[in-house]
Design a protein around this ligand. Structure first.
Ligand SMILES: *Cc1c(COP(=O)(O)O)cnc(C)c1O
Length: 233
């Protein structure tokens, strides 16, 4: 009940944000972020028609992806990923939004090839480059100046498809200025890699601003799922 009402409200927010800047709502995907919430909630969202889900911890995501929720689900890893988890992640992930080094890209490419050989997947892995807008290492991401080289490396890696950019704006910053910078980086990226159309930006509190600056994917947890349970992880 509550999830259905939250979803309706959220989709209306996205529609209104698009209308405010003359964008087609079909260009902006909602990625429900289901971290810390049980698979039963994901099953409810599935019944409500959602097929994409974002998780930020590989182990938790793997467990949920193994649940019999339904067919046609696309799981997106949006949190930090260590190279030694790449092989596990490519068993279930449709995309990884948090690629921030060539070493990680190389590991994901090799892992995807191995998963294909093992019959565990039959598609390339979609990857987004996570950009650090404030150079805070705790949040992950590459600095803007490093994006072109990383993009070329990903484009040259068999089994990976460069889908676009992702960012989490710094909490203290003016989100408008940060999203504008991100949009400019995205424009430059697309000039060289026209297929990299995704801009994963915007969360519960700032999705309107992100949509105004060209977001194609808003990653929403709290506004849909409610407040996350406190966890020590
Ligand atoms: C948790 C999380 C979100 C969702 O944040 P909310 O503010 O709860 O909407 C989005 N992106 C990433 C990378 C996250 O880890």
């Amino acid at each position: 009940m509550e999830l259905a009402a939250n979803l309706t409200r959220l989709l209306a927010r996205i529609d209104a944000a698009c209308a405010a800047v003359g964008r087609d709502p079909g260009e902006v995907r909602l990625l429900p972020v289901t971290k810390y919430f049980p698979a039963t909630d994901i099953a409810e969202l599935y019944r409500l028609g959602r097929r994409d889900f974002g998780e930020n911890r590989p182990q938790e995501a793997a467990a949920k992806a193994a649940e019999p929720i339904g067919t046609g689900i696309r799981w997106h890893l949006i949190g930090r990923l260590q190279r030694n988890k790449a092989r596990q992640v490519v068993r279930w992930a449709h995309s990884v939004h948090s690629v921030d080094s060539e070493r990680l890209a190389t590991a994901l490419g090799a892992a995807t090839a191995a998963a294909r050989d093992a019959g565990e997947r039959d598609t390339p892995l979609e990857v987004l480059i996570q950009v650090s807008l404030d150079a805070d290492p705790a949040r992950g991401g590459v600095e803007p100046a490093a994006v072109p080289a990383l993009a070329d490396a990903i484009a040259d890696t068999a089994e990976l498809r460069l889908a676009g950019l992702m960012a989490i704006p710094p909490q203290a910053a003016d989100p408008d200025a940060e999203f504008a910078r991100l949009a400019e980086l995205h424009t430059r990226l697309r000039a060289r890699h026209p297929g990299a159309t995704e801009l994963s930006a915007g969360m519960s509190d700032d999705l309107e601003r992100a949509i105004a600056h060209g977001s194609t994917c808003v990653r929403v947890g709290t506004a849909l799922m409610g407040t996350r349970p406190i966890t020590s992880a």
